[in-house]
Design a protein around this ligand. Structure first.
Ligand code: AQP
Length: 344
């Protein structure tokens, strides 16, 4: 069994409106992993174009996501921060993995079904193939751990299936070329903490999402204190006071969501938050949640704002990150081409 150096990879799409779900479900987890792992964090712009993007807005969004990484505390000197389209090996490996992945596997992907909806025949081929590109993103670095929100679990399972099939399909070549019995590690999803699925503030059964038509459904990282307060005050709740035990949150999706957000922002468990707020009504809880959210989120938004005012600085970070990423990706691609039987 080949030994793999623990390596973290994850990405965020530059599609505008970065929100509290992206922040708590992904970006804060990215920050935490920096102390224990070598990390590669990517602005996945090739994923963004699976739905139409206005080029000028895309460029601004790439810089905005990079700024969010930096503002949240990702260290681009110690770790690697870059945008996907600058490292061509992502797309190159995706093609090879397209020939490994099975159509039946992709047909099961629920995110595609949700995003394509009734207009299935009219969406891009890229939207359908998105999970294979995501597998390539991870496997081109032979990453072992992938921090993501709950919504990406199925895609991660697909990446593991693709890695495993490649390892099996080419087992003889992999062994003959000195890679032992496994070329790609099976990447482990890291779906952790009390906010792996932050829900819409308007409907506790729907994921908080960038593309929700209502801005009141989400807290954007760029929202100011007044906007955050207004959105939380208007957030849907139920008439009961908060329960004292975690079991009391079952069948109360809105209460569960707000308690989860509070817990994640304070780095506590939901049970712990309920020890403080159990029996209290929502208006008292919402006041504390507003204070906490403003305290934790607005400094990130302000730092992002400052960083995006210097696009040349951000572009330089992305370029340097891409140069470092490319070295690792090229190493994998050389080995993949030898395994596959290409002449190089
Ligand atoms: N609501 C969420 N709760 C927890 N984690 C979330 N993530 C996204 N939404 C939530 C996690 O954020 C990371 C980056 O996501 P992305 O931007 O690459 O893709 P996405 O999941 O498509 O984001 P949105 O906001 O849901 O966009 P739309 O509206 O286009 O569908 C991922 O780790 C994701 O799990």
């Amino acid at each position: 069994m080949a030994k793999f150096k623990p390596r973290v990879f994850s990405g965020v799409q530059p599609t505008g409106n970065l929100h509290l779900g992206n922040y708590l479900g992904a970006i804060t987890r990215f920050v935490a992993l920096q102390d224990t792992h070598d990390c590669i964090y990517c602005v996945v712009d090739l994923h963004a174009i699976t739905v139409a993007q206005k080029p000028a807005e895309l460029k601004a969004s790439i810089r905005e996501v990079t700024a969010a990484f930096l503002a949240a505390g990702i260290d681009a000197k110690k770790h690697i921060v870059f945008n996907q389209s600058q490292v061509a090996e992502h797309a190159e490996l995706a093609w090879i993995l397209n020939c490994v992945a099975r159509l039946g596997w992709l047909n099961r992907m629920t995110q595609f079904k949700e995003k394509a909806g009734k207009d299935r025949e009219n969406v891009s081929v890229g939207l359908y193939d998105y999970p294979v590109l995501m597998a390539a993103d991870i496997l081109v670095y032979r990453a072992t751990h992938v921090p993501v929100g709950e919504d990406q679990k199925q895609h991660l399972e697909l990446a593991r299936d693709i890695a495993q099939k490649f390892n099996l399909d080419f087992s003889e070549e992999i062994a003959a070329l000195g890679h032992g019995d496994t070329f790609f590690p099976l990447p482990e999803p890291l779906i952790q903490g009390p906010a792996t699925r932050v829900m819409s503030l308007r409907d506790g059964t729907k994921k908080m999402s960038k593309s929700d038509a209502s801005d009141y459904s989400r807290i954007n990282l760029s929202d100011d204190a007044d906007t955050i307060a207004q959105k939380i005050r208007k957030a849907k709740t139920d008439p009961e006071p908060l329960p004292s035990e975690i079991e009391g949150l079952a069948k109360r999706p809105e209460a569960d969501n707000l308690v989860g957000i509070f817990a994640a922002l304070e780095n506590r468990s939901k049970a712990d938050v309920l020890e403080t707020f159990g029996g209290r009504n929502f208006s008292a809880f919402k006041s504390s949640l507003i204070d906490l959210t403003v305290e934790k989120v607005t400094p990130v938004g302000k730092a992002m704002d400052k960083l995006t005012q210097d696009p040349a600085h951000i572009d330089a970070i992305l370029k340097q990150g891409a140069e470092r990423a490319r070295v690792l990706a090229q190493e994998t691609m050389k080995a993949v081409k030898d395994i596959q039987g290409f002449v190089r």
